[in-house]
Structure formats: structure tokens, C-alpha cells
Design a protein around this ligand. Sequence first.
Ligand code: T3D
Length: 262
Amino acid sequence: SHESVAIKLEEHVLHLTLNRPDKLNSFNVDMHLALRAGLTQAAEDPAVRAVLLTGAGRGFCAGQDLSERNPANGHTAPDLGETIEQYYNPLVRQIRELDKPVICAVNGVAAGAGANLALACDIVLAARSARFIQAFSKIGLIPDSGGTWTLPHLIGEARAKALALTAAPLDASTAANWGMIWQVIEDDQLQIRATELARELAKGPTFGLGLIKQAIQTAASSTLDQQLELERKLQRQAGCSEDYAEGVSAFLEKRPAAFKGK
Ligand code: T3D
């Protein structure tokens, strides 16, 4: 049977592969619901300790499936506020609120909401041939899925505005040089390297990694003083974890740590 998101759990990594390759993995309702279900599984299943999001075929994700928005098929304009609220915003919130690392392997073009979905993830690797396109302005829309927030935070207002206003494609190495993503990987190595990274993180102190993610995300809206207070609170929690005790013991015994994720 055809699934619009292929889901597989292997070595504590939940692989979520957008799987509408002949539509460049653009979003229809079915793919939204499938991805949402995958992210819910990631949150609820303790066996999941990292997520790897990628796309099948030559593209990562081309954003909204525009064939579902063909004006010729309807008399009134769709309420995009409603589709954003129902479908796009929940995905971004799920990724940001998940207390486990989310790695994104951008295997090809990432356009519109597809680009911003990638930027919502914690660590983004991109294939050398991948492109990021804020395609929205070409059809009269604005960047959504958090793009107007992630872009200026990651690359600054000047670059964010130019990308969003012009819809100019950004190649993967420029994206990495600008600090928009973590690394560029040669095309034929991307899935291998992304899987290695995800498996490595999945063997990590998952509880502590979740706290790191939370702390860094909170910084964007905090003063230094608030952040120092948050660090104190979260470090207290981390210090009570089994993995902290194991990490210190392993260091002192000069052996690799065997983390349990709690
Ligand atoms: O509506 C709401 O709910 C609001 C939310 C909006 C969120 C958004 O994401 S809005 C932005 C939507 N996305 C776009 O505007 C991008 C449209 N696609 C493109 O500009 C290009 O396809 C790409 C730059 C991504 C890739 O170009 P290229 O030349 O590599 O491939 P292509 O030939 O254009 O596409 C291959 C096929 O995929 C093609 O179908 P065909 O001709 O082989 O039958 C193309 O039509 C299809 N495809 C690509 N993107 C979409 C799509 N079909 C439907 N919707 C798409 N977004």
C-alpha cells in the first residue's frame, strides 16, 4: 500500500520519509496527517530517541500541493489561515516541542513550507545539490511554517528579507556558510551520514538532549538573566538523571558511556 510518509523505527531512530516523490513530496492533507502521526509516535514511544526527517526521490518537499489550491476548481478563495492553523502550524510546534533531537536530511529541493519545515528541525544536513527556495512570494503568499521567525534568527534580517522577497534559490553550501543549516554532504553520502548522526544522537543522554534543545530555543525570547535562571532549573533536572551519573562514571573509568536516555 502507498503511504505518503514512510515510517520506520531502527536503532532508536524514527525515520520519517516524505513519500510523494512524483509531486516532489508536496503536502496534501494525507501527507500532513501521516507526518503528524509520525511525530506523535516520536513523542509518545520511549523507544524513539531521535527522528530523521527526509524525502523520497529527487526532492525534499515542494511545500503545499498547489493542485489542491487550483482557483479553477472553486468559487471562493480558501481560508489559508485555517489550513495554516490546522495543518502547518501543528507540525512546526510538534518538531520544536519534541524533547528529542530531530535531524533533517534535505535530499533535494526544499521549497515553500518544505524549506521552512526543514529549518524548524534541530540539525539540518543538506545534499550538495539541494536548494532552499522561499517560493511563497512567487504566488503572492508570505513565508509560513515559521519561516518569518527562523530565517531572521538563523541568517539575519537582510538575508531573510532578500530570500523571502525574491524567492531566489539558495544553494546548500551558501546555506551552510550563512549558518542556515549545519552541514553540506555529498549527494551519495547524505542518507548514510544523516543516519549515522541520528543513531549517534539516539545513543545519547536523551533526557539531557531534550533539555538542551529546550534551553536553546527559549533563548530567542529571553534576557540573559532569565536564561541563567532557566539553565539553573534545567541543570538541576539534568543532574538528577541516570545518564549524568553514568556519564561521569564512564569518564572517570575511561570507558564509553552507556546511556539509557533517562
Ligand atoms: O495553501 C496553504 O495551505 C497555505 C500554505 C502554503 C505553504 C506553501 O508551501 S506555499 C508554496 C508552494 N510551493 C511552491 O510554490 C513551489 C512550487 N514548485 C516549484 O516552484 C518547483 O516545482 C520547484 C522549484 C520546487 C522544483 O522545480 P523543478 O524544475 O525541479 O521541478 P518541477 O518540474 O517544477 O516539478 C516536478 C513535478 O512536481 C511537476 O509535476 P509534473 O509536471 O511532472 O506532473 C510539478 O508540477 C510538481 N510539483 C512541484 N511542486 C509542486 C508540484 N505540484 C503541486 N504542488 C507543488 N507545490
